[in-house]
Design a protein around this ligand. Structure first.
Ligand code: ZN
Length: 431
């Protein structure tokens, strides 16, 4: 999926140290390798390593610049658009596409980090990687933001100086960085890539009924727009998160609220005690696939693993039936073979009508403001709110959204409670 990136000219990787091995022809290369000393080989490996990291950090930054620009566009459209057209707008689809890209790069870097961590001879490379990330974060306000998720994934603190930059990020900063990037030839490649990917994301979700059951058609899909007046469901995806989920659970407990956690089976297996803590707090558990792939791009066997196996294993780990599934990035909600697979497993698909866009690095207060503005746009002051319990900023923004939810007679229930009561025709759902 990232392949177009590889075309990005290497010339941009100016922070790369040492010799230009990439400038040599392949023929030259093979002759040279034969006569290379071990020391030279080690050097070359290091150069490759440096270059790979530099290229990935640069890509990450470029996508974050595009992302931040689209985030400003999205936020500015909230007041004048209705919810449905907001989620069909180019700004929103571009944001989803940016997320698929940044997440893939972050994932590759975390994998590299894990590989290095498993080899004690590689601690110098780990240190080199940390230094690179810290140095990159100091380049500009968005460069700093673009390192935030990655740094947190590898348990590293982005230098505090960048934290103060972060809180000062204003549209003008974004415009400036965007303009500077636009001047670079390869930036067009990144933009085209996002545009292309956003066209391929199939996220059109229809749901307007009052009854729900596993089905590849309308009754098997929830957006939250169907919910009765003032009825809300809080949902958290991609977890468990080691440090962040417990904080969110604490905020929920303090307010006697229950939320639904759409979990990745791989993540539950990696963090069994955090998963247990969520379960023991009486939260609802739902499935969000095995590893968070974009399922519109995978074949039958992978689809089976990501939906069937993911849910079955999650049921075993929890010892109860899973009823709801959410597609990673919401991608594939209109694809019949994917919807059939979800229904076959006895699951109802859950989309959202409030996307907090909390995966993007930003001030927590921005997330709160966006969420409340979007909630006000819903016709019945009701729906499904999408958060991710793997980010510190989400743990900070969540309590404020919870407090808003508890005002003006709004009611918060788990998806199962709402769906069961709606199916039974209960007069006051989620009392
Ligand atoms: Zn997700």
């Amino acid at each position: 999926m990232l392949k177009p990136l590889m075309l990005v000219p290497v010339m941009f990787l100016s922070s790369c140290t040492a010799n230009k091995w990439w400038a040599q022809s392949t023929q030259d290369n093979s002759r040279q390798v034969a006569s290379m000393s071990v020391q030279q080989l080690v050097m070359e490996k290091k150069n490759n390593f440096n270059e790979e990291i530099d290229e990935k950090l640069h890509s990450l930054h470029s996508y974050y610049v595009i992302g931040q620009k689209n985030l400003v566009d999205f936020d500015s459209q909230i007041s004048e658009s209705d919810v449905t057209s907001l989620y069909e707008s180019p700004a929103y689809l571009n944001l989803l596409a940016v997320r698929t890209q940044t997440e893939e790069i972050e994932h590759e870097l975390v994998e590299l980090w894990d590989t290095l961590s498993n080899d004690k001879d590689k601690s110098d490379l780990k240190l080199a990687m940390q230094i690179k990330i810290a140095a990159f974060a100091k380049k500009s306000p968005i460069a700093s933001l673009s390192m935030e998720n990655l740094a947190s994934d590898i348990g590293m603190k982005v230098p505090s100086q960048t934290n103060s930059q972060k809180s000062k990020l204003v549209p003008l900063d974004i415009q400036k960085e965007y303009k500077a990037m636009e001047a670079l030839r390869e930036f067009v490649v990144y933009e085209k890539n996002i545009e292309h990917l956003s066209h391929m994301l199939d996220t059109k979700s229809t749901g307007s009924g009052k009854k729900f059951y596993p089905s590849p058609s309308r009754p098997g899909s929830i957006t939250g727009n169907e919910f009765p007046e003032k009825v809300w469901s809080l949902t958290y995806d991609d977890g468990p998160g080691k440090l962040t989920s417990p904080k969110i659970i604490q905020s929920l407990k303090e307010r006697k609220l229950k939320a639904t956690f759409f979990q990745l089976t791989k993540q539950v297996k990696a963090l069994p005690s955090t998963a247990k803590e969520i379960r023991d707090a009486g939260m609802e558990i739902a499935s969000h696939s095995y590893t968070h792939l974009q399922l519109t791009k995978v074949g039958g066997a992978t689809l089976d693993k990501e939906i069937t196996q993911a849910t079955q294993e999650l049921e075993k780990l929890n010892n109860f039936d899973i009823k709801f599934f959410r597609l990673p990035y919401g991608a594939g909600v209109g694809a019949s073979h994917i919807r059939e697979k979800i229904a076959e497993n006895g699951l109802i698909h859950v989309f959202w009508n409030i996307d907090t866009l909390d995966w993007m690095a930003q001030e927590p207060q921005k997330i709160v403001e966006r969420t409340i503005s979007l909630m006000k746009k819903t016709p019945r002051d009701a729906g499904v709110i999408l958060f991710h319990d793997i980010h510190q900023r989400t743990a900070e923004a969540s309590p404020k959204v919870m407090d808003y939810l508890m005002k003006d007679n709004r009611r918060v229930c788990t998806l199962d409670e709402i769906v069961t009561q709606m199916n039974e025709g209960v007069e006051k759902v989620c009392p």
